[in-house]
Design a protein around this ligand. Structure first.
Ligand code: PLP
Length: 397
C-alpha cells in the first residue's frame, strides 16, 4: 500500500500470485528498433539517424499532416468505429467492396486478429525463416504451433512450403517482399503457392513493402481477392507505416473474402483506428506526389548503397523493399553497437537468426552518406587495422 501511494516500485515486488496464461511463457516482449530520442538521451548525441525500422525518410505525406491537424479538432468524439470513409477509399483503390476490407491498428494488429479469429486448438501457423517475427508471435499468442521453412539462398522455397503444408496448417504467412531479406515471390510462384493451399487454410500475403517493388515479375495478391476471384482463402495485408510515412499513427488493413473480413470484425476492438489516423490515411492515399518522391528516393538510395557496400567489400542481399540486408561479419552486433555510439541506428539481424547480418533502412541521400562514412570508421575499429585491411578481411568472414 505504501508503494502504491508513493507510485514507485521497489524493484523487488512480491505477493502477486496471479498466473498469466501458460502460452505466454513462450513469448518475449517485442524488442523494437531503438527510438532516436532514447539514443540521444542515453548517449548524449544530438545528431542521430535511424535506419532501423523501415520508416519513410521523407516523413509523412504533407496532405496527411494537414488532414491530421484538422482532425485534431474533432478528437472529443469517438472515431468512426467502422472506418467507413477509409474503407471506402481503400476498396475503391482495389476495385473491391468495403466488405472486403478490415482496418487495423497497424498491420501488426491485423496479424494478431487473424490469429485470434482463426486459430483453434491443434492448428499450425506456417511461414518461412528468416521472416517477420510477428507471425510466430501470432501462433504463440494463441498457444498453437509454429513451423517455418528455411529460405534457400535468401529466396522462397516453394517446394519446401508445399511439403510443409498438412491438414493442420491453418494460417500461412508470407511477407512479400520478405522482411528482412527484401526477396519476393514472383507471380508464377504466387500462383503455384495458391494452387496448393488447402481450402481450409488461409494464405496471408503480408505486402507491407509491396509498393517499393520494381521487379516486373512481382504480382500483388490483391488480384486474388474479390467476388470474381477463384482464391477465397487469400488475404492481403497492407500498411500506411512505410510508403505513406504514418508509422506513428498506426494504420494497416487487409483485403479478403467478405466471410474472412466478417470473422475479423468479431475480434476487432471497436475503435482500433483512431480519428486522426483515419483522416490522415485517407489524405495520404491521394498524395501521389509524395508516393512518387518516396519511391524515387528509395531507388536512388538503393543504387548508392549497393555501390558503396561493394566498394567496402560488404555482401548484401538485393532488395525489392526499402531496406537492405548486409553482411557485416562475425562481429556484426558489435558493428551495430559502434554505429549506435556515433548516432547511427541500424537493426542487427540476430533477432532473425542471422548473426552476421544487419538490416539497414534506405534513408535520405544525406543519411545514406552518413551511414557509409560511419561504416568506414567503425568496420576497421571493430575488425582491427585500417580500411584496406578491413577490405582484405572480406573473404575471411
Ligand atoms: C513485414 C511486415 N509486416 C507488418 C509490419 C507492421 O506494420 P505496421 O506498422 O502497420 O504494424 C512490418 C513492420 O515493420 C513488417 O515489416
Amino acid at each position: 500500500m505504501e508503494q502504491w501511494k508513493s507510485g514507485r516500485s521497489s524493484g523487488c515486488e512480491s505477493g502477486c500470485k496471479v498466473a498469466m496464461r501458460k502460452a505466454l511463457e513462450r513469448i518475449e516482449p517485442y524488442s523494437p528498433g531503438k527510438p532516436i530520442e532514447e539514443v540521444q538521451r542515453e548517449l548524449g548525441i544530438r545528431e542521430v539517424i535511424k535506419l532501423a525500422s523501415n520508416e519513410n525518410p521523407l516523413g509523412p505525406s504533407p496532405k496527411a499532416i494537414e488532414a491530421a491537424l484538422s482532425a485534431l479538432r474533432r478528437v472529443s468524439f469517438y472515431p468512426d468505429s467502422r472506418g467507413h470513409d477509409l474503407k471506402d477509399a481503400i476498396a475503391r483503390r482495389y476495385g473491391l467492396s468495403p466488405e472486403n476490407v478490415c482496418l487495423g491498428n497497424g498491420a501488426d494488429e491485423i496479424i494478431r486478429m487473424l490469429a485470434e479469429a482463426f486459430l483453434e486448438e491443434g492448428d499450425i501457423v506456417l511461414s518461412v525463416e528468416p521472416t517477420f517475427t510477428q507471425y510466430k508471435f501470432a501462433a504463440d499468442l494463441m498457444g498453437q504451433s509454429y513451423m517455418s521453412v528455411p529460405l534457400i539462398d535468401m529466396q522462397f522455397d516453394i517446394d519446401g512450403l508445399k511439403d510443409a503444408i498438412t491438414s493442420r496448417t491453418k494460417l500461412i504467412f508470407i511477407s512479400n517482399p520478405n522482411n528482412p531479406t527484401g526477396s519476393i515471390l514472383r507471380g508464377d510462384q504466387l500462383a503455384t503457392l495458391i494452387s496448393f493451399i488447402p481450402e481450409t487454410a488461409l494464405l496471408v500475403l503480408d505486402e507491407a513493402y509491396a509498393d517499393y517493388v520494381t521487379d516486373k515479375d512481382f504480382q500483388s495478391g490483391s488480384r486474388y481477392v474479390g467476388p470474381a476471384s477463384a482464391a477465397p482463402n487469400v488475404v492481403v495485408v497492407r500498411t500506411f507505416s512505410k510508403l505513406y510515412g504514418l508509422a506513428g499513427l498506426r494504420v494497416g488493413y487487409c483485403l479478403g473474402h467478405s466471410r474472412i473480413i466478417a470473422a475479423l470484425e468479431r475480434v476487432r476492438s471497436p475503435f482500433n483506428v483512431n480519428l486522426v489516423a483515419q483522416a490522415a490515411a485517407i489524405a495520404a492515399l491521394d498524395d501521389h506526389e509524395h508516393v512518387e518522391r518516396t519511391i524515387a528516393l528509395n531507388e536512388s538510395g538503393k543504387s548508392f548503397l549497393y555501390r558503396e557496400f561493394e566498394r567496402l567489400g560488404l555482401d548484401y542481399v538485393p532488395t525489392e523493399a526499402n531496406f537492405i540486408l548486409v553482411r557485416l561479419g562475425a562481429r556484426a552486433r558489435e558493428v551495430c553497437q559502434h554505429l549506435l555510439r556515433v548516432g547511427v541506428i541500424i537493426r542487427s539481424a540476430h533477432i532473425f537468426g542471422l548473426n552476421e547480418y544487419a538490416r539497414i533502412t534506405i534513408g535520405t541521400a544525406g543519411e545514406n552518406k552518413r551511414l557509409v562514412s560511419a561504416l568506414e570508421d567503425v568496420l576497421p575499429a571493430v575488425y582491427g587495422g585500417n580500411r584496406r585491411e578491413w577490405q582484405s578481411l572480406k573473404n575471411a568472414l
